[in-house]
Design a protein around this ligand. Structure first.
Ligand code: SF4
Ligand code: SF4
Length: 371
């Protein structure tokens, strides 16, 4: 028979976690997450995962708890709620303000990591090994949350908890302490389809499956030019998309609420800032390769959809049409043409980059040749 660790340990950790504002811990074992590995491989094979890396990078490694901590015996699963919208903020953004999804309005990932480290230190002080994972490739966090009964998977493909609904971040502690397992929840969305109906692109049309190729939240993180056919649907989103969370009725009355719109992003202000300033301000977010040009691309998408035709907008677009990044220049071409500043496109008249040519060709401008 397996010898469980100190019987008071789980109670002590639960008390400590509650004081830290964490939900959990729930506990599960370290069997391979074989079902999830197969699902990930399938999503990759049919292209539904787009070019997502994360756990899609090495599914076999992510599905094996031993890859996170050699000799692990238990996984403690945690969640931390973050504030969603309050009803009064429903129309809080102005016409020139880019939107940041609620999960990225502050460094909530850093916060849950700090809190979990405190719990992990307690385990270590009692002689156990412990490793914290938050949003890491070594752990399929949703699978752990589901197996341990921390929450259940919604049709929006997010983990839901009774109190917070989908407004939670997940984190884990892998440990060699043998702890009693908690039970998986037997819950589902039933007939509800609010998130599927609310999704602007149809990315959730199949129950409990995400088509990342259509997900605005993922595409705002993905490198390269933003898919042309989805740019209009993007609206003023700068980072993330909240539709499939805000539409979810689970936890709506009990979750945390944000009381201010102070995090809205002015694209003109930020496009005029230096790369260093952009990274200093937005660097807590996931930015591919920490490349500030990626942020400029997103700012230009917001500007292009803003309808702004002011002199200030025109001046900013002129600076971005001369940017060294072809992704930035090509997105600036799109924004300038959408806002009616066609004369500005003379600034890329001699541009030799294929991405810029593609954007010019969309509006009937024959690209220059190098001959
Ligand atoms: S984040 Fe937005 S685009 Fe992605 S699935 Fe949810 S509602 Fe759809
Ligand atoms: S909106 Fe409805 S279907 Fe979607 S995750 Fe929430 S409960 Fe499930």
């Amino acid at each position: 028979m397996t010898q469980l660790a100190d019987e008071h340990l789980t109670d002590d950790l639960s008390r400590m976690s509650s004081e830290l504002g964490l939900i959990g811990p729930r506990v599960c074992g370290v069997d391979l997450f074989e079902f999830e590995r197969v699902q990930i491989e399938l999503a990759k094979d049919i292209g539904r995962s787009s070019t997502m890396a994360f756990t899609f990078n090495k599914p076999a490694r992510s599905a094996d708890p031993n890859s996170a901590l050699e000799g692990a015996r238990s996984i403690l699963s945690f969640a931390m709620g973050y504030p969603g919208p309050s009803d009064e903020l429903a129309s809080g953004f102005g016409p020139l303000e880019g939107e940041i999804a609620y999960y990225a309005k502050g460094d909530f990932y850093g916060e849950i990591r700090r809190r979990l480290s405190v719990v992990a230190e307690e385990l270590k002080s009692r002689g156990y090994r412990a490793r914290v994972t938050v949003d890491e490739n070594h752990a399929i966090d949703k699978a752990i949350a589901r197996r341990s009964g921390l929450g259940w998977m919604g049709k929006n493909t997010l983990i839901l908890t009774n109190v917070t609904g989908p407004f939670v971040l997940l984190g884990e502690i892998f440990t060699d302490a043998e702890l009693a397992h908690t039970e998986t929840l037997n819950k589902s969305c039933g007939k509800c389809d609010k998130c599927q109906v609310s999704c602007p692109t149809g990315a959730l049309d199949e129950d409990y499956l995400l088509d990342a190729r259509l997900c605005l939240s993922w595409l705002l993180q993905k490198q390269g030019p933003f898919p042309y056919e989805l740019r209009g649907l993007l609206g003023l989103r700068f980072y993330g998309c909240d539709e499939c969370l805000t539409s979810c009725p689970v936890g709506k009355k009990t979750r945390l609420r944000l009381e201010s719109t102070a995090s809205a992003v002015d694209p003109i202000f930020w496009l005029l800032r230096s790369d260093r300033e952009l990274i200093d301000h937005f660097g807590y977010m996931y930015i591919p390769k920490r490349d500030p040009s990626h942020l400029r691309r997103n700012l230009l998408l917001v500007l292009g959809n803003s309808g702004s035709k002011t002199d200030e907008t025109r001046e900013v677009l002129a600076t971005q049409l001369a940017h060294f990044s072809a992704v930035v220049r090509s997105t600036a071409v799109w924004a300038a043409s959408k806002l009616g500043f066609l004369d500005l496109l003379a600034l890329v008249g001699a541009d030799q980059d294929e991405l810029v040519h593609q954007e010019l060709a969309r509006i009937g401008i024959v690209p220059p040749t190098s001959d």
